[in-house]
Design a protein around this ligand. Structure first.
Ligand code: AR6
Length: 179
């Protein structure tokens, strides 16, 4: 599914983010940038050990929730990996929505700073961190849409949804937004 916003587009696909041919791939990391399971584990496995080595050297302090940092992409087809830290869901009363928006926003800023024309996101915070999928879809897509309409960059933002449930949630939210 593709929706155009000005000269940019948001695309939804179902699949594995590590096989995407885009300039930047976003990793849903933790604040210690220590690696982990889920999409973080998959990205580090596919990229190889240089990703963790570079992360340790460049960002020994880690990365705060709602922010993001950039590394090269090891064996991945992308040029960069942006490691962002989404919020842990605590019932919605701990600023989770703003922190989730901030994580997406900072990655999009990094994409512009690194002259990326295309970027692929997973559904940040919706796995181990427990953010409800429908709410995450709405907030994530609204944040990206606003950024694209204001900045007109990057040209392509692709959400790579791992299963049918997450793809359906994002498709419903994007359809509602395009109406
Ligand atoms: N491609 C695309 N999406 C994926 C993939 C993949 N290969 N693998 C999983 N997903 P999660 P979080 C989906 O748990 O909730 C890690 O341990 C998955 O189905 O990876 O932000 C980190 O180190 C889900 O919808 O990230 C942190 O400690 C989405 O990606 C913590 O988990 C995010 O799930 C971060 O938790």
């Amino acid at each position: 599914m593709i929706v155009q916003f000005g000269s940019c587009r948001i695309e939804l696909v179902q699949g594995d983010i590590t096989s995407q041919q885009v300039d930047a791939i976003v990793n849903a990391a933790n604040s210690r940038l220590a690696g982990g399971g889920g999409v973080d584990g998959a990205i580090h496995r596919a990229a190889g050990p240089t990703l963790m080595e570079e992360t340790r050297v460049k960002y020994p302090e880690g990365c705060p929730t709602g922010s993001a940092v950039a590394t090269s992409a090891g064996r991945l087809a992308a040029k960069f990996v942006f490691h962002t830290v989404g919020p842990i869901w605590r019932g919605g009363v701990a600023g989770e929505a703003d922190l989730l928006a901030s994580a997406y926003h900072r990655c999009l800023e990094l994409a512009v700073e690194h002259a990326c024309r295309s970027i692929a996101f997973p559904a940040i915070s919706t796995g181990v961190y427990g953010y409800p999928m429908d709410l995450a879809a709405e907030r994530s897509l609204a944040t990206v849409r606003k950024f694209l309409l204001e900045q007109q960059h990057p040209e392509l933002v692709r959400f790579v949804l791992f299963d049918g449930g997450s793809f359906g949630a994002f498709a419903r939210a994007l359809e509602a937004m395009a109406e």
